[in-house]
Design a protein around this ligand. Structure first.
Ligand code: SAH
Ligand code: SF4
Ligand code: F3S
Length: 442
């Protein structure tokens, strides 16, 4: 009988997976397990995985092969695969990797302690028997200034390229009361900034409470001074949400609004449910409601049948909107999705070339945007020591830009006002405005 006492988690993929790893740590901790200092010495190694692109899966496959040596050195070690690849590949993983002990999907984490402590060394797949699992009663412990809270799990949008609805199941929103309770508990642990997570937070709804309503309630939680959220699907961004963002002083003036592609034909094939002009009108509207708002986005290059002209329309949106940052991807066909049935006909070298052009367009504009900030004032929530210079604090501005400021008498968790002096790479460097009230809730 082997009773694992220590664990080590490696997390891949999106913020939802990071949050889920914290849920898993909380579940294992409640059962008496403690984190190991490194993976070699752990009794149990957990990999929380992502399926969104083939590359993400390949990384985990090659790590799993490497982990065979760890198990040879320590045969009692359990190796557990969690997350989206568990849902996607299921039992196949146990056949392909004989040293893998357990495969547990995103809805099955409550069963981890029981599965890990099973009397016999069973090898099994547990995808969770509760598609409505929301982990409402499990509140991860935090030691930082900023934390995630999942407000909805799964997705119903079925963008044609995307595997998430298949591996995460349908969208379900958590009760607003349980989200607000989690926020209060985190505030009492010293958390000052919350990022609300969902594949599409804009479609959050629990009974009468929609996302705008949730944001208004979240704004009332004492000791939380900043609220962020990701991701916003353009098709569901309501005027009421823009009103709520403008009204709520804690709502950060930043929106992550993926546009994915600039051509109407490609957007239709992607099943995104908006046109390029609707997206651009939405951006104008957002900027009218929240002047100076920071916009970031996700973009895919090389979707099936994308021509150079179509791609030029993507570049044009980048130039028109002038995003502060973008996550840029090469299209990767995911078996089982609608787009995987289309011809993956953009040659790899063309995809790479388009990706590079996209990245340089985004970077050029992001740099110019930063230059425009010199000598302007922003509020910075101090997070921790700057890695480069321990005499400086690192924090983020309300627009989610990284900033460093001299330490002076301030502490992590405090909000200060800075004036930008220089830009180092993509980091703002500045001085604290001493004549301003140094610590305040804006
Ligand atoms: N729910 C979020 C994020 C989903 S995954 C949203 O809708 O924005 C994050 C990003 O990965 C997507 O926005 C998309 O740009 C990218 N992506 C998803 N599937 C992909 C695929 N098959 N190939 C390339 N990029 C993909
Ligand atoms: Fe995927 Fe689209 Fe859902 Fe985002 S909204 S998770 S891209 S299906
Ligand atoms: Fe996230 Fe990847 Fe799963 S992006 S939801 S971890 S497929």
């Amino acid at each position: 009988m082997s009773f694992p006492k220590t664990y080590y988690i490696e997390t891949f993929g999106c913020q939802m997976n990071e949050y889920d790893s914290q849920l898993v740590e909380t579940i294992l901790g409640a059962d008496g397990m403690i984190p190991a200092s490194d993976k070699e010495s752990s009794d149990c190694l957990l990999l929380n995985t992502c399926s969104v692109r083939e590359h993400a899966e390949q990384r985990v496959f090659s790590l799993l092969s490497q982990h065979k040596a760890l198990k040879n050195n320590n045969p009692a070690m359990k190796i557990v695969l969690l997350g989206c690849m568990a849902s996607k590949h299921q039992d196949e993983l146990l056949h392909r990797f004989p040293h893998l002990d357990l495969v547990v999907g995103p809805d099955g984490y409550r069963n981890l302690p029981a599965l890990m402590k099973a009397e016999k060394n069973i090898r099994t797949t547990w995808l969770g028997n509760n598609p409505l699992e929301e982990y409402n009663d499990i509140i991860p412990a935090h030691t930082k200034i900023s934390a995630y809270i999942a407000i909805a799990r799964g997705c119903d949008n079925f963008c044609s390229y995307c595997v998430v609805p298949y591996v995460r199941g349908g969208e379900r929103s958590r009760p607003a009361d349980s989200i607000i309770e989690e926020m209060k508990q985190l505030a009492s642990q010293g958390i000052r900034e919350i990022t609300l997570l969902g594949q599409n937070v804009n479609s959050y709804r629990y009974n009468d409470c929609d996302f705008a309503g949730l944001l208004r309630r979240a704004n009332e939680v004492d000791d939380i001074i900043r609220i962020r959220f990701i991701t916003s699907h353009p098709k569901d961004l309501s005027e009421d949400l823009l009103n709520a963002m403008a009204e709520c002083e804690k709502a950060a003036p930043h929106l992550h609004l993926p546009f994915q592609a600039g051509s109407d034909r490609i957007l239709r094939l992607m099943n995104r449910k908006y046109t390029r002009s609707e997206y651009l009108e939405l951006v104008d509207k957002v900027r009218r409601f929240i002047p100076g708002i920071s916009l970031t986005t996700d973009i895919i290059a090389g979707f099936p049948t994308e021509t150079e002209d179509n791609f030029q329309q993507t570049l044009e949106i980048i130039r028109r909107v002038r995003f502060d940052d973008a996550f840029t991807y090469r299209y990767s066909p995911r078996p089982g999705t609608a787009a995987a049935e289309m011809p993956d006909d953009v040659p790899e070298e063309v995809k790479i070339d388009r990706l590079e052009r996209m990245i340089s367009a985004v970077r050029k504009i992001a740099r110019q945007n930063l230059q425009d900030l010199i000598s302007r004032k922003f509020t910075v929530l101090i997070e921790h020591k700057s890695k480069k210079d321990p005499d400086w604090w690192m924090g983020r501005t309300e627009h989610n830009r990284i900033a460093v400021i001299p330490k002076e008498k301030y502490k992590p968790g405090e909000l200060v006002e800075m004036r930008v002096e220089t830009i180092a790479g993509f980091t703002l460097k500045g001085a604290i405005e001493i004549e301003a009230k140094p610590i305040f809730i804006y």
